[in-house]
Design a protein around this ligand. Structure first.
Ligand SMILES: Cc1ncc(COP(=O)(O)O)c(C=O)c1O
Length: 316
């Protein structure tokens, strides 16, 4: 058990009772829409990083998947706060999910089936392990290409799309790397299996654009804001594969990976093989804000006070 409670269809449910039927549509056809958020512990609070942006993206993904969300952004935020409180989680990875449940048919058009919703909060520290945020990780260019624009909606976070991402990650790990980088059908860099990518080249920070088959990461947006604040020029650019071997620094960004340096690609050392100064400056500011060491000057954190429920529980 990772947490005592999961919020399901409007109420908190004990871990063991949060079940799905084996003929649920989502299990067969990937008809689920999800998000990944993080809460950081600051004092008594679980501070959720940019929940509004995450849930706006979730509602967009639901529109693309034609699976309407029964909750609006504020209701998702309330459900998240209730789950964090019930689990007494101040630091957590948060997983909201909308999925097609058991309908009247096993057919591909699952729209007769119910829309189900959950929010789970689980403890989850660093994605690539304790050292990775300082030492960086080794990545490979995957042999799997991202489906072209128009084949799937890269901008929507739909469960079925992640069948490919899992193959990318498994292939990379089996080959001795921590992560895979996907190229698109034209051979341009897109992103990692679950994170966006930035390249430092000279005095510029480059990242693939929204037309390059990427998810529009919330962390990517934080990093662009931080970089601009630090006086670093950020440019969205279609990125040929060989720039990965030319870059002075490379880093991944995402809710799970946070800001993680890449020290080699395809066993070619990036820069000096350790975290470079641009990555360090950006990473320091990001962690400064989410840990409360620096002011939250862009209002990214939404605090959820965990203490009152703990007191109520103790009183019972
Ligand atoms: C494919 C993909 N790209 C990028 C990201 C990073 O997005 P965010 O920063 O919003 O977590 C994620 C994570 O959700 C992802 O799954």
């Amino acid at each position: 058990m990772w947490a005592p409670y999961i919020w399901k269809n409007g109420e908190l449910c004990e871990w063991e009772k949060a079940q799905v039927h084996v003929l649920s549509h989502a299990l067969h056809y990937g008809t689920s829409i999800f998000e990944g958020l993080r809460a950081y512990e600051i004092g008594e609070n679980a501070c959720v990083l940019r929940p509004r942006e995450h849930f706006e993206r979730m509602l967009f993904s639901c529109r693309v998947a034609r699976a309407p969300s029964p909750l609006d952004v504020d209701q998702w935020i309330e459900a998240t706060a209730a789950t964090l409180r019930a689990n007494e989680h101040r630091a957590a990875y948060i997983r909201p999910l909308v999925y097609r449940g058991l309908g009247e048919t096993l057919g591909l058009d699952g729209r007769s089936g119910p829309i189900e919703t959950i929010v789970a909060t689980v403890p989850w520290a660093t994605y690539f392990g304790a050292d990775a945020l300082e030492r960086g990780i080794d990545a490979q260019v995957s042999s799997w290409r991202r489906p072209g624009a128009g084949a799937v909606s890269a901008l929507a976070k739909i469960g079925g799309h992640y069948a490919e991402a899992q193959m990318v990650l498994a292939e990379a790990k089996d080959n001795g790397f921590a992560e895979g980088i996907m190229l698109d059908q034209m051979g341009h860099v897109t992103e990692g299996s679950g994170q966006n990518i930035f390249l430092v080249i000279g005095d510029e920070l480059i990242t693939p654009g929204l037309g390059d088959s990427i998810l529009e990461g919330v962390t990517r947006n934080c990093i662009r804001t931080i970089a601009a604040d630090l006086g670093i020029t950020v440019r969205e650019a279609t990125t040929p594969r060989d720039l990965l071997y030319k870059a002075d620094e490379i880093f991944f960004t995402g809710t799970a990976v946070e800001v993680c340096p890449v020290r080699s690609v395809d066993r070619i050392i990036v820069g000096e093989g350790r975290m470079g100064p641009v990555t360090r400056a950006i990473q320091q500011m990001f962690f400064g804000i989410v840990t409360g060491a620096l002011p939250d000057k862009w209002g990214w954190l939404e605090p959820v006070c965990i203490e009152p429920l703990m007191q109520e529980r103790r009183a019972v």
